[in-house]
Every structure is written in structure tokens, then in C-alpha cells.
Design a protein around this ligand. Structure first.
Ligand code: PAF
Length: 281
């Protein structure tokens, strides 16, 4: 696996691939890699000649400076994980100036309103930061296919919109949430959980499965009340739980026949903010 630490050498590599008509599959990351990331590269490996990873902890998408500071940085271990996976041909680890040549500011995007729901409302500026870094990476990597985990389902929808708005010829693929055996969704933030907190966090997935059982059996206000009770009884802080239309990502209060729905949840376990979601039905 090749490792590139700056834009100039990486661009030469990409130009060479393009001259040789290689198809490129790409999944950007912020490092602290786990099996969830590898599942993206495993899918990409089957569909492309060349698979590229990137590692860049993007400051502009963190609205909370403490969260940015505490974000795990494990670059040497990450390179080893990618190398031994055999799914990845090259990893790009850009410097700040490679992504932000004109200073570290986000572009402002209008993604048709989905940027204002859920994570957009909870983390102001977050999706402008994500859009800015992903657009910059797309322009440098020039992939044919790009892969994003469904754990960040709203981010996946934002990236689909970003590609449409910017006219980039990149196919976006959503990849199913990768879970530990106990159901906890794989996340770089899980590294910051103690053993007890990890165990306690399994309630998130169990609750989502219950919600799926209650789908179209109970009303949405009844489902929300049950979820709120579960978390108030076990002492974890539920930041939000809601059921949204999968296309608009707007919260709904009743189900219609012809729509797809997904449950979204954010829970604070100790000082760690965990997010998860599940398609209903
Ligand atoms: O999902 C992530 O890890 C990040 O939001 C991404 C897409 C790598 C952009 O920094």
C-alpha cells in the first residue's frame, strides 16, 4: 500500500491512474479505523481497480472544540490496519494546507433543507464542514465510486446532494452499519468508552430493535414516550430520538403507507456522544 502525505505527490499518482483508465473507489475517514471502515473498503475492492482511503481529522466539522481535541488520533495503527486489510491500494493523509489552501474556513451550502435537521440542528456548521472537506477530497482523489457508512445516514444523504449540486460524476454508495456482536454500532468514538460504558451502550441497538417491532403497531408519540422512559430509567442522557421520512429527513408524527421511515437516536454515554439509526419495516 502506498502512503501519500502531500497533495503534489498524491496528484501525480492520481494522474497516472487516470491516464491508465483505472476505476477508483474511495472512502474518506478521520482515522481511528475499525472494522466499520474496513467494510467500506471491502465493498470498494469488489467494484473498482484501485481503492483509496484518506485520513484527515477535519477541524471545520467540529462545533465543539473539546470533541475535536479528544478525537482519537492513531495514524500509525491506522496505516497498519489498512495495509494488512489488503483492501486498500493507497492512503492519502493530506496536510491542512492541502485541503484549506486559502485558510481554514468552510464553504456555505444549501442542501435543500436536510442540512438543518437532526445533526445539522444539534451541531451548527457541521455539514458545511463535511461538505467542504469531502468536496475538496473528491476534487483531488477524482473517484468513480465513493463509499459512506449508513451509521451517519444524514451525512450520506448530504454527500448525495453535494455530488448532484457540484455536478461531479461520482457514484455514492451507502454501506450498511457494521455492528459489534453485541449490536453496538462501530464508531471511532467507541474507543473512548470504558468496558462498563460499552456494555451499557448496547441498550441503544436493543431500543432501536424494539422501535422496529413497535413500527405501525404503536403511534409515534407512544413509541417516543417508551424510548424516553427506557433512557431516563437507565441514567443515560438521550439527546434526541425521532422517526423521520428517509427522503426529507424531517421528523414525522404519524406514518403514511407510501413512505420509508428511519429511527434516529443520539445518546451521551459518559462524555461520549453516540449516534445510531435503523430503517423501519
Ligand atoms: O464520517 C467521517 O468520518 C467524516 O465526516 C468524513 C466523511 C471523513 C469527512 O471528514
Amino acid at each position: 500500500m502506498q502512503v501519500f502525505y502531500d497533495r503534489a505527490s498524491f496528484s501525480q499518482y492520481i494522474n497516472h491512474l487516470k491516464e491508465n483508465h483505472k476505476t477508483i473507489g474511495f472512502a474518506p475517514t478521520m482515522g481511528a479505523l475499525h472494522n466499520g471502515h474496513l467494510s467500506l473498503y471491502q465493498v470498494a475492492r469488489q467494484q473498482n481497480n484501485i481503492v483509496i482511503s484518506s485520513i484527515f481529522v477535519n477541524p471545520t466539522q467540529f462545533n465543539n472544540p473539546e470533541d475535536l481535541e479528544k478525537y482519537p488520533r492513531t495514524i500509525d495503527a491506522d496505516i497498519k490496519i489498512l495495509d494488512s486489510s489488503t483492501f486498500v491500494d493507497a492512503v492519502y493523509i493530506p496536510r491542512v494546507e492541502d485541503i484549506y489552501p486559502n485558510g481554514m474556513v468552510s464553504k456555505h451550502y444549501n442542501f435543500g433543507g436536510i442540512e438543518n435537521e437532526m445533526e445539522g440542528a444539534a451541531r451548527p456548521g457541521h455539514f458545511d464542514g463535511v461538505g467542504t472537506v469531502v468536496e475538496a477530497l473528491f476534487l483531488q482523489v477524482r473517484p468513480d465510486n465513493a463509499y459512506f457508512g449508513e451509521k451517519d445516514f444524514q451525512q450520506l444523504k448530504i454527500i448525495e446532494k453535494l455530488v448532484m449540486l457540484s455536478g461531479l460524476d461520482i457514484k455514492i454508495h451507502g454501506v450498511k452499519i457494521h455492528r459489534q456482536d453485541n449490536g453496538l454500532a462501530m464508531s471511532s468514538r467507541n474507543m473512548r468508552l470504558s468496558a462498563d460504558e460499552r456494555e451499557a451502550s448496547t441498550i441503544i441497538y436493543k431500543t432501536l430493535k424494539n422501535v422496529n417491532d413497535w413500527f405501525r403497531v404503536l403511534s409515534i408519540p407512544e413509541i417516543k414516550k417508551r424510548v424516553e422512559d427506557i433512557f431516563s430509567n437507565n441514567g443515560m442522557q438521550l439527546e434526541y430520538f425521532l422517526i423521520a421520512d428517509e427522503d426529507t429527513l424531517k421528523e414525522v408524527n404519524f406514518f403514511s403507507e407510501d413512505k420509508n421511515y428511519r429511527a434516529f437516536i443520539v445518546v451521551h454515554v459518559g462524555s461520549v456522544r453516540l449516534i445510531d439509526n435503523m430503517h423501519l419495516g
